[in-house]
Design a protein around this ligand. Structure first.
Ligand code: SF4
Length: 140
């Protein structure tokens, strides 16, 4: 998969705010939101295997904890990111997935917390949200 960066910091959002968290930030996004603060993820990055990402997460947080998979849009690399999330969950990590809501989420492991954006009219991408993502049965 194509990775922009992997680093450890404090989670700044959601009910997990304030907790230590490893961020796995994937390269690439198919949207161009007007307020995007992650444009540096649109290009570049480095190719990493699932094993290499796992190894880096293990070094940063050897005893489990929080891992956020983000981007860019991580679900554009579904074929690799879904098995990675499964590995992390099975390895005892609590996994958060931050996604634009434009991609299908049915393949995301049930134990992953999905943080799904809904783009409002001024985003520049208001019609991209996939309504089926609101159906919890499609995401379990
Ligand atoms: S979905 Fe996220 S990464 Fe993509 S353009 Fe919008 S804000 Fe930026």
């Amino acid at each position: 998969m194509q990775i922009t960066e992997i680093y450890k910091s404090l989670q700044g959002e959601s009910t997990h705010a304030g907790l230590p968290c490893v961020f796995v930030r994937l390269t690439g996004c198919n949207l161009r939101c007007s307020w995007c603060d992650s444009e540096y993820t649109f290009h570049g990055g480095r190719k990493m295997s699932i094993q290499q990402v796992w190894d880096e997460v293990k070094i940063l947080s050897p005893d489990g904890g929080l891992v956020e998979v983000t981007g860019g849009e991580p679900m554009l690399q579904e074929r690799e990111i879904v098995p990675l999330m499964k590995c992390l969950v099975e390895g005892g990590y609590q996994v958060l997935l931050e996604t634009s809501g434009e991609r299908p989420l049915g393949s995301v492991p049930a134990k992953v917390v999905k943080i799904v954006d809904v783009k409002c009219p001024n985003s520049g991408e208001p019609d991209t949200f996939r309504m089926e993502n609101l159906n919890s049965r499609a995401n379990s």
